[in-house]
Design a protein around this ligand. Structure first.
Ligand code: NAP
Length: 283
């Protein structure tokens, strides 16, 4: 079998988990594969693309190139087009085809936890790249209502769709802003870095969780139990971190690269064990 040549590009890229995840998937499937991380800056993106056209079957893309790659694509999947961002590129006969697996990744991870987007009232905290991919997926699968909370007025435009509520928050008063919307919500999704290991920005007040039955989805996955997840569980709410999103988006990407279908849930469970052992000290 021909070796699958794959990679991931980004700037920075040193801490990416993608090689561990993708090589684990390939090994489990018995597919010979080389998946490597490439530090690509904007001015070296053209050189990387030229090399990849000749050498690679595909590659993943992380910050800051999810949009920068668009001019190089022969075709763009409709959902990726709606997101305006690509995280997975498949290469065929030197042509690049763009996809975005983040939305399906989160949706599948939510399903494992018994949480759905369909027909749900969703409060989405954050308005960056991840929030936009989640927003587009929630719209696509028929969320009942979406409220997007962003910090900057210029970010609101990307979320302006019929029936969507957009409001603004700042970190100091985010609990009060959430209280306005969460009582009728079915799902709260945190798509900001609030509570992430290594950053100095945290929720300071969780009283917004006191009077809700919403399931809580934190797309942050380090620490494994974020303060948001811990506080939600303390109140008896269903809550999950973002590791499943990271893993399912990669599982779907591997399927796109390789053209193979396999049991995605079984694969994600296997990869979760491997990655958790590598990144969580408490395991
Ligand atoms: P991004 O494009 O930089 O957007 C971040 C969003 O959070 C923006 O709305 C931003 O607002 C807001 N924000 C930034 N710093 C903040 C802070 N200190 N306090 C409150 N809000 C803040 O980033 P992204 O790619 O969407 O990623 C967002 C988070 O999701 C990150 O923690 C990332 O690690 C995580 N993530 C997880 C997965 C996964 O697979 N689990 C995938 C993608 C991302 P401003 O624009 O006003 O700064």
């Amino acid at each position: 079998m021909e070796k699958l040549m794959l990679g991931v590009i980004g700037d920075p890229i040193a801490h990416t988990l993608s090689p561990l995840i993708q090589n684990t998937i390939a090994e489990k499937l018995g597919i010979p594969c080389s998946y490597t991380a490439h530090h690509v800056k904007l001015d070296t993106l053209p050189d990387f693309v030229e090399m990849a056209r000749k050498e690679f079957r595909g590659f993943n893309i992380t910050i800051p190139h999810k949009r920068n790659i668009l001019p190089y694509l022969a075709e763009l999947d409709p959902y990726a087009a709606a997101c305006g961002a690509v995280n997975t590129v498949r290469i065929e006969n030197g042509k690049l085809y763009g996809y975005n697996t983040d939305g399906d990744g989160l949706r599948a991870a939510m399903a494992v936890n018994g949480i759905r987007m369909e027909d749900q009232d969703i409060v989405l905290l954050g308005a960056g790249g991840a929030a936009l991919s989640i927003f587009r997926k929630a719209l696509q699968v028929g969320a009942k209502h979406i409220t997007v909370l962003c910090r900057l007025p210029e970010e609101a435009a990307a979320f302006s769709e019929p029936g969507v509520t957009v409001d603004f928050f700042d970190v100091e008063t985010v609990s009060d802003t959430l209280k306005k919307y969460i009582d009728k919500a079915d799902v709260l999704i945190n798509a900001t870095p609030l509570g992430m290991e290594g950053i100095n920005s945290h929720f300071t007040d969780f009283s917004f969780l006191d009077n809700t039955r919403a399931a809580v989805v934190d797309i942050v996955y380090k620490p494994s139990t974020t303060a948001l997840v811990a506080e939600a569980r303390k109140r008896g709410l269903t809550a999950m971190n973002g590791l499943g999103m990271l893993i399912y988006q990669a599982v779907y990407a591997f399927s796109i690269f390789s053209g193979e279908t396999f049991d995605f849930d079984e694969m994600a469970a296997h990869v979760t064990k491997v990655v958790s052992a590598a990144i969580y000290k408490e395991n």
